[in-house]
Design a protein around this ligand. Structure first.
Ligand SMILES: [Fe+2]
Length: 156
């Protein structure tokens, strides 16, 4: 949803009106706060636990982990640039055509990365994890994810 809103903002011309300014501000905040948590959920909590599981489906799924980590690195760089340009845009209300083109290109590239990335996570990795990890491992992952978000878990 926030990626779509960045795409809409990017396609609307160099001068920001109030509606696009709000959409841009919200989307930048979302990615600044949530994207690093997603990466940490997977790279610090999920992937290391999967690597310790001796299960053929998980071992096959782990081949995809390298791909997902590559996506995370590329997306991080793109988000950094989108954030820099977007903050400048919010401050000045207008972007140069060169910066606007770069912003649009970075957002478009994110739009290419995410669908395939999410498909691999949803179709391959998460089902394998759901089946192969123990209840205790899942509870540990949930607790770590909650801690990253300062959420208190009442039941697991
Ligand atoms: Fe991911």
């Amino acid at each position: 949803m926030f990626l779509r809103s960045l795409q809409t903002v990017a396609g609307g011309g160099a001068k920001l009106d109030e509606e696009r300014r709000r959409a841009l501000d919200l989307a930048l905040r979302y990615f600044r706060e949530s994207a690093p948590k997603h990466t940490a959920d997977e790279e610090e909590s999920l992937f290391p636990r999967l690597e310790s599981v001796d299960d053929p489906e998980v071992i096959a799924a782990l081949v995809k982990v390298e791909e997902l980590e590559r996506d995370h690195r590329e997306a991080e760089g793109l988000h950094r640039r989108v954030d820099e340009l977007g903050m400048r845009w919010l401050e000045t209300g207008e972007l140069s055509s060169c910066d606007l083109a770069e912003f649009g290109k970075a957002v478009a590239r994110l739009g290419e990365i995410y669908p395939a990335h999410i498909e691999v996570e949803d179709a391959v990795l998460f089902p394998a994890a759901a089946r192969a990890l123990s209840a205790a491992q899942k509870a540990e992952i949930a607790a770590e994810m909650a801690l990253r978000r300062s959420v208190k878990l009442t039941s697991l």
